[in-house]
Design a protein around this ligand. Structure first.
Ligand code: G6P
Length: 366
């Protein structure tokens, strides 16, 4: 490949480590939350829209799920997120006032392109691409677009494309809120807070040693469960997807609150249960989910910045401390350790990390 590995063993590893700069470049591209950063017609779309439909596949779908939390909380706009291959064949209720947001790293995913076409055929004319490739079909076929600044992503398992999509989507929520006069803080204040993310990601990457210990345990597992709440639920889904894709270990992401409705039956002393537990407004709920797993002798792996959880680390209760950030931005900080965990676990297992079996970087046929 023409892109150099620059001393890293795999492209995926390099791309994980590129995230502080990829995220920083994408924050720059938001131009201080100027709506025009999403296209010359974006300000008009943002004024007119009364709801948002997000369509995407794979990892891009999970960034869309995180975006729903932001769009509804910050912009107070109803947001629906659909898997492109489902939406394109489903009889749904079209709304001409709906902005269709298609998210794709490559801009060539067949289902995402077809879902966009389906929405257009139904009379939804306002479309926006969040895409990493400026020359892609998706960018050509949408009315407005924002290009993420991840740079070329080679590893099949997406990493920096995901975190840069999150920046683009967070910016989208802020811009829409601003245009609709719903922003509760100043744009400068929000930008300052967002601008701390690249250095927090660097800090997270420095926890590699602790994650290596977890990866030793995960590499011996056949199954695992990832739990999160709120915007950390899609992060659990994405973390589980990373592990599946490259280490071939079955991993299931679940909303913590659903634990007792099924997955709890799987918990025994063999099953690693990873919990994303930042100290935010939902922490007490997550702590009681942790207790549910503990009571069944589950093996817990907890990412947190909560003091009382940090103090309770024991042999079957592994804890990694992550930096504190604003509640709205936790998805960015908590994604990176899950990427590293999947990556290191896969290298222990000796799989073909950059080209996992049966998978393609971009699925251009149905
Ligand atoms: C494939 C890739 C994934 C990616 C998905 C969607 O499955 O292996 O990493 O998330 O396609 O691709 P897109 O380019 O549309 O984001």
């Amino acid at each position: 490949n023409s892109v150099s590995l620059e001393g890293f063993t795999h492209y995926m590893e390099k791309e994980i480590y590129e995230q502080p700069s990829a995220v920083s470049n994408t924050i720059q591209a938001l131009s201080g939350f100027a709506p025009e950063a999403y296209g010359f017609n974006a300000p008009d779309f943002f004024k007119k829209l009364n709801r948002i439909l997000i369509i995407a596949c794979g990892t891009s779908y999970y960034s869309g799920l995180v975006a729903k939390y932001w769009i509804e909380k910050i912009a107070k706009v109803h947001c629906n997120v659909e898997i492109a291959s489902e939406y394109r064949y489903r009889e749904s209720v079209p709304d001409p006032q709906c902005l269709v947001v298609a998210i794709s790293q490559s801009g060539e995913t067949a289902d995402t392109l077809a879902a966009l076409q389906h929405a257009k055929n139904q009379g939804m004319e306002m479309s926006l691409a969040i895409c990493n490739v400026a020359t892609s079909s998706l960018v050509k076929e949408t009315e407005a677009h924002f290009i993420t600044k991840a740079g070329t992503e080679i590893g099949v398992a997406s990493t920096k494309a995901f975190t840069t999509q999150l920046i683009a989507l967070y910016g989208l929520a802020v811009c829409i809120a601003d245009i609709k006069n719903r922003l509760e803080q100043s744009k400068d204040y929000i930008l300052d807070r967002l601008s701390e993310i690249p250095s927090l990601l660097k800090e997270v990457l420095s926890h590699r040693g602790a994650i290596e210990e977890w990866a030793q345990d995960f590499s011996n597992a056949l199954n695992s469960i990832y739990l999160g709440r709120g915007q950390l639920y899609p992060v659990a889904l994405e973390g589980a997807l990373k592990l599946k894709e490259i280490s071939y270990i079955h991993a299931e992401g679940y909303p913590s609150g659903e634990l007792k409705h099924g997955p709890l039956a799987l918990v025994d002393k063999m099953l690693p249960v990873l919990v994303i537990a930042p100290s935010n407004s939902l922490i007490e709920k997550v702590k009681s989910n942790i207790q549910e797993v503990k009571a069944r002798k589950g093996r817990l792996y907890v990412l947190t910045n909560d003091e009382s959880i940090l103090e309770s680390s024991t042999k079957n209760f592994h804890v990694i401390q992550l930096p504190k950030t604003h509640e709205d931005l936790e998805s960015l900080v908590y994604t990176v350790p899950l990427q590293l965990l999947a990556y290191i676990t896969a290298t222990i297992k000796g799989t073909d990390v950059d080209k996992p079996r049966n998978l393609a970087k971009s699925v251009t046929v149905e």
